[in-house]
Design a protein around this ligand. Structure first.
Ligand SMILES: *Cc1c(COP(=O)(O)O)cnc(C)c1O
Length: 225
């Protein structure tokens, strides 16, 4: 299990190096994406200092939350959201990265308890305009952001995107730059601090383009089972 501690340390070093070459210091949060990974592996990562974990499937996450309830984990939901899961998501997570329509935002707002901190929300954008991919299109983003900014139990933090995977570094930069520009434009109208871009294969490029959260699964935990 020290493999996870080693990977964590290596990723953190890469993040710091990427921040330095981008002229930024300590602004990137490493989100450990633990979907299809065991609670034991998550505990190892926690013991090595990791606090924020990202999950894609509600039931799987709730099961693991029960076995890790002794740990002070920040839980982020990053998967596609079905409307019949919004209550569970609102009650079991601190963050949601994948809000992509008004109906979901309304339901999360309604289900979030009033005696807890507002649910931190990122809007997922579809930056490459592929019909099959989830995420709001860039034209509708401002409208959704405005609606969410008026919801008392939600706190709009920023945007999330999953550009089409490619090994071409120039294309990675170009895709993340599109998202970063959308973020900068939105930031002129709303108080935002979160640009959630970058995964195991492209997080260094994402940081160069301004990521504040990178979502890393396989590079930290190994291949998913
Ligand atoms: C699975 C997943 C990740 C992590 O992917 P890796 O390539 O394993 O780092 C990040 N973000 C989202 C939305 C995911 O579904």
């Amino acid at each position: 299990m020290t493999i996870i501690a080693d990977s964590l340390q290596a990723i953190q070093a890469n993040i710091i190096a990427a921040e330095h070459s981008a002229g930024r210091i300590n602004h990137t949060l490493l989100l450990a994406v633990s979907k299809a990974q065991t609670a034991d592996k998550m505990r190892s990562a926690y013991l090595a200092g990791q606090r924020a974990f990202g999950e894609n499937y509600v039931q799987e996450a709730i099961t693991k939350q029960a076995s890790l309830s002794d740990l002070a984990i920040d839980w982020h939901f990053i998967g596609p959201i079905q409307s019949n899961k919004t209550a569970l998501i609102a009650q079991h997570f601190d963050w949601v990265h994948s809000v992509d329509r008004l109906k979901i935002a309304l339901r999360l707002n309604e289900a979030r308890g009033q005696n807890v901190a507002p649910l931190n929300v990122c809007i997922q954008i579809n930056s490459s305009d592929e019909i099959s991919k989830s995420g709001v299109d860039i034209e509708s983003l401002a409208v959704l952001a405005l609606a969410i900014s008026h919801m008392p139990q939600l706190k709009l933090r920023g945007i999330m995107a999953i550009p089409a995977p490619t090994k071409d570094l120039a294309i990675q930069h170009a895709q993340f730059k599109i998202v970063a520009d959308v973020y900068k434009t939105l930031k002129q109208k709303f108080e935002l601090d979160t640009l959630s871009i970058g995964m195991s294969d492209d997080y260094v490029v994402a940081i160069a383009e301004g990521a504040t959260i990178v979502r890393i699964g396989s590079a930290l935990f190994g291949a998913r089972i």
